[in-house]
Ligand binder design. Structure first.
Ligand code: GBH
Length: 502
């Protein structure tokens, strides 16, 4: 009996410790494993890759104007006239996506390629044909198209009417969205109306900014935002009314937000971070994603108070009517999120400035000198910031499905891009912590970018690609970088490779 017990005890011990060990490695493995059904993809945008800027009936966009007429704004004075020449090489792009093994490809439509006049009176068939060829090839290769309607290349014709501050663009965007749903909605099931309103409305905040580089600080961004949010809601509603029953897709918007860390660990600095979240994310997200709708209260209060102090009869921040608030609220199927980096927010009231966005915010942003850098001054590597920001979205907006629509790292284009490998693996690890430990509902992740491309005001001086592109060679050859091999492995195994687990 005694003997039996001892044997039994040893057996039990072995069984228990074996199970514990197995349990431990299982949770460990799980911590680095993507959930079932999780989507992995790569992204580009029309102006950054297509080239063919005036071919087959396409008219100019505000980025053609910016690069041709204001090239002092572009670091290396280059243009997107040819870029990666994806207009002619889309089949090579799809082959690259196939080699990576991605579930989806996020690309954007060029509005002036589809509607050369901006509005719906004249459809350019060559433009429709181009995107049909691209989408058909993606679908034939089992790659889901994820399509952005507006990644910043507004038809110049519409900018001539004032651009986004002009409310007539709500109607014109409706026409454009309808043309896209009608022509491509049988195959496109994920739609993003706007990419990064925070960034492109900056084009109405200063003469040295993104296109159209209009100097209207304290006004331009708010007016442009008022229009684009209504345009987003309009597109969502026409999808509901005319297409959703047949096409069964999802329509949302993509917002970019940096994370904010409390610099001094004081409530004053915490409040500055709260303002950063509300002015950079809430301005766009609150009307659409919050339970109550409308602008965030703190944005309303601060801009109203400043406007009053400036002696203005009306606030610089426009008003949504109660009907508009209702019309806009809830116009989403997921939360598209672009995330790259983090900041500290330093409280600053800018008291002596004229009407300015900074005075309204009440902070300025800085970086920690210890955060590792990239080729872009604004992009410091802070993987925990992604986890912070995903939690911020989940907490504020009732844990919506989040599609990370961009995340990536810039260097100078080397094939042996260890900085990018480190960036992707560490940010993905933090994303998995947000999913597994915090319960954030992240449904997919998009690497920015499939290939090196035209980086807006930085021209070709900063490279974000998984593939290198030789912009000196007229045939624009693409070569796989080391990071692409690691991403390929991540997609194939649905795990962070052991060598990169932290
Ligand atoms: C995204 O923007 C864009 O969607 C994508 O097209 C772009 O290629 C990619 O990121 C990489 O930049 O020059 O100091 O004034 C990311 C958000 C907002 C980051 C504007 C750079 C300009 C900072 N971007 N910001 S600065």
């Amino acid at each position: 009996m005694a003997k039996f017990s001892a044997v039994y005890f040893v057996a039990l011990l072995v069984a228990v410790s074996g199970a514990a060990h197995e349990e431990h490695s299982r949770t460990k493995r799980q911590a680095y494993t993507f959930p079932d059904g999780f989507l992995l993809g790569a992204a580009t945008a029309s102006y950054q890759v297509e080239g063919a800027w005036d071919e087959d009936g396409k008219t100019s966009s505000i980025w053609d104007t910016q690069t041709h007429d204001k090239n002092y704004l572009i670091a290396d004075h280059t243009t997107g006239d040819i870029a990666c020449d994806s207009y002619h090489k889309y089949d090579v792009d799809v082959q690259m996506l196939r080699d990576l093994g991605v579930d989806f490809y996020r690309f954007s439509f060029s509005w002036p390629r589809i509607l050369p006049d901006g509005h719906g009176n004249r459809i350019n068939q060559a433009g429709i044909d181009y995107y049909n060829k691209l989408i058909d090839l993606l679908v034939a290769n089992n790659i889901q198209p994820v399509a952005t309607m507006y990644h910043w290349d507004l038809p110049q014709n519409l900018q001539d009417l004032g651009g986004w501050p002009n409310y007539v663009l709500v109607d014109y965007f409706e026409d454009y969205a309808r043309v896209l749903f009608r022509n491509f909605g049988d195959r496109v099931k994920y739609w993003i109306t706007f990419n990064e309103p925070l960034t492109f409305t900056g084009g109405y905040e200063g003469a040295y900014a993104h296109a159209p580089a209009i100097n209207a600080p304290g006004y331009g961004r708010y007016l442009a935002t008022h229009t684009l949010i209504k345009a987003h809601a309009r597109a969502y509603h026409i999808y509901d009314d005319e297409f959703r029953a047949d096409q069964q897709g999802k329509v949302s918007i993509t917002l970019n937000v940096d994370a904010c860390f409390n610099y001094q660990n004081t409530t004053e600095y915490q409040d500055a971070c709260e303002r950063q979240q509300q002015f950079e994310m809430g301005l766009f997200a609150n009307p659409i994603y919050s339970a109550e709708g409308d602008w965030p209260a703190i944005v309303r209060e601060r801009v109203d108070a400043n406007s009053k102090a400036e002696g203005l009869a009306e606030s610089r921040l426009p008003v949504f009517t109660p009907d508009e608030i209702e019309y806009i609220r809830g116009t989403y199927d997921f939360f598209g999120h672009n995330h790259y980096t983090s900041n500290y927010a330093i409280p600053y009231d800018g008291t002596n400035d004229p009407a300015s966005d900074q005075k309204d915010h009440g902070y300025y942003l800085t970086k920690d000198p210890n955060w590792p850098g990239s080729a872009s001054s604004w992009l410091k590597v802070v993987p925990t910031g992604l986890r912070y920001q995903l939690n911020s979205i989940a907490t504020r907006y009732n844990n919506p499905p989040i599609l990370i629509t961009e995340n990536g790292f810039s260097d100078y284009g080397d094939l042996n891009d260890t900085g990018r490998i480190n960036y992707y693996t560490s940010y993905l690890t933090e994303m998995l912590r947000a999913i597994n430990e915090d319960g954030v509902n992240v449904i997919g992740y998009t690497a920015w970018s499939l290939m090196d491309n035209f980086e807006w005001n930085q021209g070709y001086s900063e490279k974000f690609g998984l593939y290198q592109v030789d912009f000196e060679d007229p045939t624009r050859p693409r070569i796989m970088k080391e990071s692409a091999r690691v991403f390929q492995q991540i997609i194939a195994t649905r795990q962070i490779p052991e060598a990169y687990r932290t």
